[in-house]
Design a protein around this ligand. Structure first.
Ligand SMILES: CC(C)(COP(=O)(O)OP(=O)(O)OC[C@H]1O[C@@H](n2cnc3c(N)ncnc32)[C@H](O)[C@@H]1OP(=O)(O)O)[C@@H](O)C(=O)NCCC(=O)NCCS
Ligand SMILES: CC(=O)OC[C@H](N)C(=O)O
Length: 222
């Protein structure tokens, strides 16, 4: 736990050019206060202290303007810059070295039950005001532009912008404005594979939901 908290503090030094000192981080960074309180709430949630965990999460929201459900899983070296207006849902999963700016939502679409919030892999950056919705996976090294609304799985090393979110950079190459660059025409096979990957991911979550439901029913029957 201590090592994880140290990694959160290091992340501020690494990712915010505005920071001047450790004391400033401890006193003036709501993102740090929020992740400290979340790590405490998540510990209690895992021990089935659901009400106290939720209460801490609401105190956290009151103090920082950042609402993280205690069930959300968050990896090390997590950085929230500014923070106000962030909402992270119960079944969200966040890898290591992830950065969120103010106004980001990791939410549900309102259509799913069970796993209903996004999974972010490592080194993901999500710009101010972006909404990432549904049980989708955002793979490693993805950047999501400020103000985007992302509803689909995003493959690794991509930049997504706009509403709805579209991939504009993949592995360092721009994908838009390619009409006249014939050597860079969109690859229909790759697009189809990406589409199928997204569908498989969606089906996987649906199967997990069904299995979880069966498991709960078995328990009730016993
Ligand atoms: C998306 C972002 C991460 C840049 O990623 P990148 O991989 O370096 O992408 P580029 O800057 O090369 O931009 C790629 C294209 O997307 C466009 N673009 C970039 N950000 C965009 C956004 N938020 N919305 C819409 N289009 C955007 C660019 O204009 C460019 O278009 P073009 O190819 O037609 O010129 C960055 O623009 C961004 O939005 N960062 C968020 C930072 C933030 O929230 N800061 C708040 C601090 S308080
Ligand atoms: C307001 C803003 O751009 O914040 C990003 C970062 N804290 C910086 O100062 O660059």
């Amino acid at each position: 736990m201590i090592q994880t908290i140290k990694s959160d503090i290091r992340a501020v030094f690494e990712r915010d050019p505005a920071v001047k000192s450790l004391l400033e981080i401890l006193l003036c960074y709501p993102g740090i206060h929020a992740i400290l309180l979340h790590r405490m709430a998540h510990f209690l949630y895992n021990k089935r202290g659901y009400l106290i965990a939720r209460f801490i999460s609401q105190i956290n929201r009151l103090l920082t303007g950042i609402e993280i459900h205690p069930g959300a899983k968050i990896g090390k070296s997590f950085f929230i810059d500014h923070g106000m207006g962030i909402v992270i849902g119960e079944t969200a999963e966040i890898g290591d070295n992830v950065t969120l700016y103010q106004g980001v939502t990791l939410g549900g679409t309102g259509k799913e039950k069970g796993k209903r919030h996004p999974t972010l892999k490592d080194n993901v950056v999500i710009g101010a005001g972006a909404k990432v919705l549904g049980p989708i996976t955002i793979e490693d090294n993805v950047k999501i532009g400020a103000g985007s609304v992302v509803l689909d799985h995003v493959p690794n090393d991509s930049t997504v912008v706009g509403v709805p979110g579209r991939i504009v950079v993949r592995k360092g190459k721009r994908l838009n404005n390619v009409d006249l660059n014939h050597h860079e025409l969109p690859d229909p096979v790759a697009r189809q594979i990406e589409y199928l990957e997204r569908k498989i991911e969606k089906l996987r979550f649906e199967i997990e939901d069904i299995k979880r439901g069966d498991h709960e029913n078995e328990h009730k029957a016993l």
